[in-house]
Write a protein that binds this ligand. Structure first.
Ligand code: TXA
Ligand code: MG
Length: 340
């Protein structure tokens, strides 16, 4: 038996040896590698089946030196780090010249965040004495739903976890408390474009504006590429369709009449005879449960996962973003199922 501190020390040693370690963060589990070892970062892409030109976030320990990773750190970045780190905010900044290309898919920027999960902090503090950076995308195969438990990670990398395998170890830190990936804010073109929100999350645009005095804008055509902003992302294997509350009963009956098996994810009280998950009717609780719900409903071998469309207010932006992407590849699916 190894205790928690032995497991952390072993995981830090694995990272230092260029191996991959999956670890919990407060958002989702990450698949980590030494950010300064291009061969190790390449192993992340291989394990995930992810294209090489997609940048990964560099995770750093509390108190890490931003100037080591980034050139021209704007005051806004220091203010946001002060306000929200450790926590679920990723800042895109100008990459320092000695930081390998591999972490940013060849772009001249780097994404940095200091996570708040205690196991992540322990790992980052042990790795290279707290001076390193751990490059980590979400610990799922490319395009799949992000993992929020250690078991989800083991399911994604079944048969690939252990000494000498693709993933050396999976650290277990329980359920990720936020449940959806970090807010990503681009500050790399502040002078010309202002702050740009690349991915909504738990930390809202309003919270950011309250700290830096400027509201983040939506990305334009020339904004840095972010793979989590690909339309079809975070998707389970079964098709996903969003449906307004009032259309659910009739649609479920019509699909059943055509012999289609559906699962339902809802947040208002709906009596369901099909496999279903009821999520909380407030955005933080919903975000906490949404990926586990998509995974659970995917295991029901249904033809379609119906999701009750959440409210469209700003507090639901992160949740709605992930659901829209999960449903992206399935546009028109209900109509196709109902057409004789
Ligand atoms: O909450 C999170 O951010 C989780 C945990 C593990 O920290 N990580 C995560 O990583 O979601 P990933 O790789 O699944 O998504 C990271 C997103 C991608 O969309 C990537 O393109 C974007 O961050 N990104 C990373 N570095 C970037 C850069 N230099 N420029 C633009 N986008 C970047
Ligand atoms: Mg991801």
């Amino acid at each position: 038996m190894t205790g928690p501190s032995e497991a952390i020390a072993a995981a830090a040693a694995s990272l230092e040896a260029g191996e991959l370690v999956a670890f919990p963060t407060e958002t989702v589990y990450g698949l980590g590698a030494d950010a300064e070892n291009p061969a190790a970062v390449a192993r992340i892409y291989a394990a995930k089946g992810r294209p090489q030109d997609h940048p990964v976030i560099v995770h750093v320990a509390p108190g890490a030196d931003l100037d080591y990773w980034v050139t021209d750190v704007p005051p806004a970045a220091r203010q946001l780090a002060q306000a929200f780190w450790p926590g679920p905010l990723t800042l895109i900044l100008k990459r320092n010249t000695h930081i390998p290309d591999a972490v940013s898919g060849g772009q001249d920027t780097v994404g940095i965040r200091c996570p708040s999960h205690p196991v992540a902090i322990a790992l980052l503090s042990a790795f290279k004495g707290g001076k390193g950076g751990v490059a980590a995308p979400s610990a799922n195969k490319f395009g799949n739903v992000s993992p929020t438990t250690a078991q989800h990670v083991k399911d994604e990398f079944a048969g690939e976890v252990g000494a000498g395998m693709a993933v050396a170890a999976v650290l277990d830190g329980g359920n990720s408390q936020v449940g959806i990936e970090s807010t990503i804010l681009d500050l790399s073109r502040l002078a010309t474009h202002g702050p740009v929100l690349l991915r909504p999350g738990h930390i809202s645009s309003q919270q950011i504006a309250d700290v830096i005095g400027a509201m983040p804008q939506s990305p334009d055509q020339t904004a840095p590429r972010a793979s989590g902003t690909l339309e079809s992302h975070y998707a389970p294997k079964a098709p996903v369709a969003l449906l307004p509350t009032c259309d659910i009963p009739a649609t479920v009956s019509a699909l059943a009449a055509r012999g289609r098996r559906v699962a339902l994810i809802h947040y208002t009280p709906i009596a369901a005879s099909e496999p279903s998950v009821a999520l909380p009717d407030e955005p933080k609780g919903y975000a906490y449960g949404v990926y586990a719900a998509l995974r659970a409903m995917d295991q029901e071998q249904v033809d379609l996962i119906l999701v009750e469309t959440p409210p469209q207010d700003a507090e639901w932006a992160g949740v709605n973003d992930r659901l829209r992407r999960a449903a992206f590849g399935s546009a028109g699916i209900i109509e196709r199922f109902l057409t004789p």
